[in-house]
Design a binder for this molecule. Structure first.
Ligand SMILES: NC(=O)C1=CN([C@@H]2O[C@H](COP(=O)(O)OP(=O)(O)OC[C@H]3O[C@@H](n4cnc5c(N)ncnc54)[C@H](O)[C@@H]3O)[C@@H](O)[C@H]2O)C=CC1
Ligand SMILES: O=C(O)C(=O)[C@H](O)COP(=O)(O)O
Length: 394
């Protein structure tokens, strides 16, 4: 095992960092604090942490007593929104500091849902305003999605047992939400307590949905009972599923993948902006925890977006412009196609799943994309702004 050379000393405590190799900008943010070891998060072991003070992970590392007991780790940061891979009770008991990155890639997930909905409306020959969308979980992702869709003229219903309607807008029961044309899941994965979400969607809930409804899951795979979803899809030809997350990932049920309208390898949150924001958030948390100066800012490192501007004429119909802008920002069908193609050749499904994620060409968030609209097309300006685009009049 390579030992990392501690070069930073604070109150006689050496700060040594081990980080998942898939966290971007770790060197840019953390290098002044010490040498950094980059490790494979999926196969991380306690032995590899024998000389680590700060551990930086992503969602693929189970951080618990087995991994940390007997190591000198004093702080764990996960550059993700979800925290279901972390045993928070153990960290508290062991007096180990912790930070996640709430909301870091919420915009990317919203963009994924918008792109997926734009494919669905193409397939069904309808427009956004013809759809009703039910949102389960109105946190950072669900609330941003709700606001975007409502401003785009979509009829939205939402449920969340822990939120105040005065803050997030009207809420209703899960049963009511299941009556929508599309149901999009945005809860954390919770195994126990008052409102567990493991298998929140199973055969019973799927039967409450419309025969031709569409279920979108970009939360965690196990929020949906995947076996019961596949059975439902097999017995309901008009029912559609759009899945980014899978119950046993990186293992993938290929039969389920084949029956999905869109299937992607847990990349809904994979924008450059979202991933880099995640790194910045755990950097800020480390600085606060150890009383270190915060010298780095995300703006120093974010490049200009590749597509800088898409222009529309005054001839283009509103819905077509909206769909074109969304798909120019993010085309979910490309990711779907890559996964199907890679899986058709895969010798090892798990390895292929991880490889697709590791080699993912990070996209940019919709708000980084400028759209040019004629000054007189006020409706189009409003519609594109409501979807999050940076509208410029020309
Ligand atoms: N596919 C991907 O790449 C990504 C997936 N995620 C997943 O999305 C989840 C949601 O993200 P955020 O909105 O940022 O989290 P958040 O914590 O801001 O919001 C989650 C919301 O779900 C609500 N909730 C909890 N239990 C519920 C239940 N039984 N029914 C309805 N609502 C319930 C909570 O009250 C909260 O408002 C994350 O926990 C993560 O697992 C997040 C980022 C990327
Ligand atoms: O932030 C979250 O929560 C996510 O689901 C991440 O986008 C997952 O990315 P990895 O941590 O698995 O790379």
């Amino acid at each position: 095992m390579t030992k990392c050379r501690p070069v930073f000393q604070l109150d006689n405590t050496l700060v040594r960092i081990a980080a998942d190799e898939n966290i971007p900008l770790v060197d840019s943010f953390f290098s002044e604090f010490g040498e950094i070891r980059r490790l494979n998060g999926r196969s991380l072991t306690a032995d590899q942490l024998a000389d680590t003070d700060i551990l930086l992970v992503r969602s693929v590392t189970a951080v618990d007593e087995t991994l940390l007991k007997g190591t000198p780790v004093k702080f764990v940061g996960t550059a993700t929104i979800g925290t279901d891979h972390i045993d928070l009770d153990y960290l508290q008991r062991a007096n180990i500091g912790f930070a996640s990155a709430p909301g870091c890639n919420a915009q990317a997930v919203v963009d994924y849902v918008l792109s997926s909905l734009s494919v669905l409306i193409d397939v069904r020959g309808v427009s956004f305003a013809d759809l009703s969308v039910g949102i389960v979980g109105v946190g950072n992702v669900g609330l941003c999605l709700r606001r975007r869709l409502e401003e785009m003229g979509v009829d939205v219903v939402a449920t969340d047992p822990f939120k105040d309607p005065a803050v997030v807008g009207p809420l209703t029961s899960l049963e009511e939400v299941l009556k929508a044309d599309v149901v999009s899941l945005h809860t954390p994965l919770v195994n126990d307590g008052e409102c567990p979400t493991r298998h929140l969607m199973g055969a019973e809930q799927l039967l409450q949905m419309k025969q031709n409804a569409c279920l979108i899951n970009s939360s965690r795979g196990a929020v949906v009972n995947n076996a019961e979803l596949l059975a439902h899809l097999r017995s309901h030809n008009d029912f559609e599923a759009i899945l980014d997350v899978w119950e046993k990932e990186p293992h993938l049920d290929l039969a389920l993948m084949h029956r999905c309208m869109l299937a992607t390898p847990h990349i809904a949150g994979y924008s450059l902006d979202g991933k880099m924001r995640g790194t910045e958030m755990i950097y800020q948390a480390v600085c606060e925890y150890f009383g270190l100066p915060m010298r780095r800012k995300l703006g120093q490192f974010l490049p200009e977006p590749g597509i800088r501007r898409v222009n529309f004429s005054d001839q283009v119909p509103l819905n077509q412009a909206l769909r074109t802008a969304i798909r120019a920002a993010y085309e979910v069908r490309v990711d779907d196609g890559k996964m199907r193609s890679a899986m058709s050749r895969a010798e090892d499904v798990k390895q292929t799943f991880d490889q697709l994620r590791r080699d993912y060409p990070l996209r940019r968030d919709i708000p980084t994309m400028k759209v040019g609209v004629p000054a007189k097309c006020v409706d189009l300006q409003q519609l594109l702004a409501s979807a999050g685009f940076a509208v410029r009049t020309k």
